[in-house]
Design a protein around this ligand. Structure first.
Ligand SMILES: CC(C)(COP(=O)(O)OP(=O)(O)OC[C@H]1O[C@@H](n2cnc3c(N)ncnc32)[C@H](O)[C@@H]1OP(=O)(O)O)[C@@H](O)C(=O)NCCC(=O)NCCS
Length: 177
């Protein structure tokens, strides 16, 4: 399917997303780099995940084309002394990889989340050293690779070296940059 990235919208998840959600959240190639996501294996699990995890999340949005869910972006703001920063995550359905969707959705999310959390001045994320596509997304969105954290954590049972990427709100690109 041809996708025009300018048709992307971000919105809250809905329980009616369940059939579209399972198409990408049920794909191990999509979930294998997502630390807190296990691969969804049934419609019931998908519905429970949307209700219990996606909807209560402080800032998780469904990436949509024609209002149908093809991925997600999560921005989790810290609290207390960490309220200046938030942790970013994202995923896109495999059939839509390499069409500029994650990069555009992330730029949209960055610009929206600071409206909701005005104290945010920094976004950051950790990326497995081998996840080149995700590193490219972050670079296209202006994030700086700030360092490598060796043997940092387990991801799906394997201990990983990760890069830490960060960006300050003064450095955010506009959506069309
Ligand atoms: C990472 C992910 C979200 C990217 O989504 P996407 O919509 O394909 O991203 P974009 O099209 O905006 O950008 C991908 C870029 O990576 C590049 N890329 C893809 N695979 C690559 C590889 N193996 N090596 C180097 N670059 C690669 C693409 O060419 C593109 O760059 P370009 O626009 O300069 O050509 C998607 O691959 C995904 O869902 N992966 C699984 C979940 C995940 O890893 N999430 C991030 C956790 S930190």
């Amino acid at each position: 399917m041809e996708i025009n990235p300018t048709n992307i919208t971000l919105r809250q998840f809905k329980t009616t997303d369940v059939d579209d959600f399972i198409l990408w959240a049920g794909d191990e190639q999509v979930t294998k780099h997502l630390v807190t996501w296990k691969t969804i294996t049934s419609k019931e699990e998908a519905l429970t995940f949307i209700k219990d995890v996606c909807l209560p999340h402080p800032w998780r949005r469904s990436i949509c084309i024609d209002d149908r869910s093809i991925g997600m972006i999560s921005i989790y703001p810290g609290s207390g002394d960490d309220r200046c920063r938030a942790h970013v995550g994202y995923a896109v359905s495999r059939v839509h990889w390499n069409k500029g969707i994650a990069s555009r959705a992330l730029k949209m999310g960055m610009n929206q989340v600071v409206e909701d959390y005005p104290e945010l001045v920094r976004l950051q994320t950790l990326v497995s050293v081998e996840n080149k596509a995700s590193q490219r997304v972050l670079e296209k969105c202006g994030f700086l690779k700030e360092g490598c954290l060796r043997k940092y954590s387990y991801v799906k049972g394997q201990i990983k070296d990760v890069f830490i990427y960060g960006i300050l709100s003064t450095e955010f690109p506009s959506v069309d940059q």
